[in-house]
Design a protein around this ligand. Structure first.
Ligand code: RB5
Length: 153
């Protein structure tokens, strides 16, 4: 059973979002699109990040998220404010791999004004295919959870 992926973007990234949604569906993933769906929709990116992160949290963290804005940075900053969300901007293959294997990242962020669609597809496919495994990174990810408990009230 393939994972369900929740995807959102702001109006800087609608075309890349639509490309990545079709790409993931073709790979067999269940995709939930939370918008925005038009460059004319000026919903601020923090509210879209909230939709995606809430869906991941409400799923008991079984779903994963993809967030896209102009740079990926605003979405990433917002996503990491939600408990249990570990998000990273990945514009290269090594970062995408480490987001899953080192950080157990459950939300990947892209900047549509930074990365082209083919590289984004490659990074996304790799990230989706990987699973975090217990090992030397486990206590570090547990330390992130401690920070969540300590500061995210
Ligand atoms: C445009 O609103 C731009 O600021 C946004 O897409 C994103 O890049 C923010 O980090």
């Amino acid at each position: 059973m393939k994972k369900t992926i929740v995807v959102g973007c702001d109006n800087a990234a609608v075309a890349l979002k639509d490309t990545l949604i079709k790409f993931m569906q073709d790979l067999g993933y269940e995709v939930e699109n939370v918008g925005v769906d038009s460059p004319e929709d000026g919903t601020y990116y923090p509210y879209v990040a909230e939709r995606v992160c809430k869906a991941v949290i409400d799923s008991g963290y079984t779903k994963e998220g993809v967030l896209i804005c102009g740079t990926g940075l605003g979405m990433c900053i917002c996503a990491n404010k939600f408990p249990g969300i570990r998000a990273g901007v990945c514009h290269d293959s090594y970062s995408g791999e480490r987001l899953k294997l080192s950080n157990n990242g459950n939300v990947i962020c892209f900047g549509a004004r930074v990365i082209g669609p083919e590289l984004a597809k490659k990074i996304l496919k790799e990230w989706l295919s990987l699973e975090f495994k217990d090992g030397s990174s486990t206590p570090k990810v547990e330390a992130i959870r401690e920070l969540d408990r300590k500061y995210l009230k």
